[in-house]
Design a protein around this ligand. Structure first.
Ligand SMILES: NC(=O)c1ccc[n+]([C@@H]2O[C@H](COP(=O)([O-])OP(=O)(O)OC[C@H]3O[C@@H](n4cnc5c(N)ncnc54)[C@H](OP(=O)(O)O)[C@@H]3O)[C@@H](O)[C@H]2O)c1
Length: 348
């Protein structure tokens, strides 16, 4: 099986399927994960070639757990340079105003300590509210920390076209932009792909499986009254923007038909579709364990062909949205997409 890799920066390569760790943070699922099983699962993923992990300073408990994984990996004779861990800097909404260089550095130092490394592979900046100035300063401070060797690469997440342009124009060498992109959410096609292509920024995308909705598990299923975890809550709203539960079920049925033809799962087809989009460097797929490893390894060998794309277009052509720029809906004050987010998890 082929595990695709991408040279994200000179001398720095990542697996194009990145293991997402939000699903393991405190409060994401109804039940807390078994840490021993998580670390063993990550080892299986890494040994199979899925060596890159996506994390955040605000994914409570996860940086420290990744630190434990790295330490066991080293003790077991694994090459530490074979593992790539991307984290984020997500300053609290309540502390955006008046953010200082010292505060940024202390959060970066905390990530270094939790992970037990001397340099962070990539730190991706998020900014909850554009009406509070400061994201250019924060990006510049991260860049300074890169120059002194605490960070290897600076990335960003959930910016829109004008703001990413501003950050790039300020001379910040943004290696990657993390955004939502899936069959249900094609907002990056409204300018972000074009800008990223022009300016050499790789898109690392989340949501390819809509938190698991884009899987056979949900084919023919009723609309859940209470989605079981935070990802499902988030993507149930995206399904609504897309056109509602019935149209989503039509898409799932099409995916299932395509999957049957190729002898893979509908999730594999949905994820492959994103991997093949212009500008997409890699997809971040939530990995609570190694349960979906075989399916995700099949990604390297499956081809979504013209007939498949025609099938999908028949449904996508009837989708309503979501419209606008990346993360635009999520920024509407008091809006449904904004209200479900926890914006003060760093606590200072
Ligand atoms: N920057 C941001 O704002 C942001 C936002 C969201 C996510 N992310 C990142 O992206 C990652 C992905 O999160 P997401 O919320 O977008 O979820 P997702 O990747 O769309 O869905 C993940 C879920 O799908 C199921 N799954 C995984 N592989 C599967 C397969 N081959 N077949 C069937 N089901 C499969 C798993 O559920 P089960 O374990 O229940 O089987 C998994 O937890 C996060 O962990 C995080 O690193 C970033």
């Amino acid at each position: 099986m082929t595990v695709e890799r991408l040279e994200l920066a000179p001398g720095y390569s990542i697996s194009r399927v990145i293991n997402g760790c939000w699903q393991l943070s405190a409060g994401h699922q109804r039940t807390a994960p078994d840490e021993r099983q998580v670390v063993d699962g990550w080892r299986c993923l890494a040994e199979a070639g899925l060596t890159t992990f996506d994390c955040a300073d605000i994914y409570s408990g996860v940086e420290a757990l990744l630190g434990r994984f790295l330490s066991e990996w080293r003790q077991g004779g694994g090459d530490p340079d074979a593992i790539q861990i991307h984290t984020k800097y997500v300053p609290d909404l309540d502390h955006l105003a008046g953010l200082s260089r010292g505060q940024v550095e202390s959060i970066v130092d905390r990530s270094l300590a939790r992970l037990g490394v001397e340099r962070l592979d990539m730190v991706q900046l998020a900014w909850w509210d554009y009406t509070v100035p400061g994201y250019l300063d924060a990006a510049a401070w991260l860049e300074e920390l890169r120059q002194v060797g605490k960070i290897r690469l600076v990335g960003v997440t959930n910016f829109d076209v004008p703001r990413l342009g501003e950050i790039l124009d300020a001379g910040i060498p943004v290696a990657a932009h993390q955004v939502q992109y899936s069959l249900l959410d094609r907002r990056p096609e409204h300018g972000m792909v074009e800008l990223s292509q022009e300016r050499g920024v790789h898109l690392l995308t989340y949501g390819a499986l809509a938190g698991g909705f884009l899987s056979r598990r949900w084919l023919g299923a009723g609309d859940p009254e209470e989605p079981g975890n935070r990802s499902l809550v988030k993507y149930r709203l995206i399904i609504e923007e897309f056109g509602g539960w019935e149209l989503f079920q039509e898409l799932l049925a099409r995916l299932d038909g395509i999957a049957e033809r190729h002898g893979v799962s509908p999730s594999t087809v949905a994820a492959r579709w994103v991997l093949d989009r212009l500008g997409v460097g890699g997809i971040i797929v939530g990995a609570r364990n190694a349960e979906h490893l075989e399916e995700n390894l099949r990604l390297g060998d499956v081809e979504v062909d013209d007939a498949d794309l025609e099938d999908l277009t028949a449904v996508l052509g009837r989708s309503l949205g979501p419209g606008g720029d990346t993360f635009g809906l999520e920024r509407i004050p008091g809006g449904a997409h904004s209200s479900i987010m926890w914006k003060n998890l760093n606590r200072g």
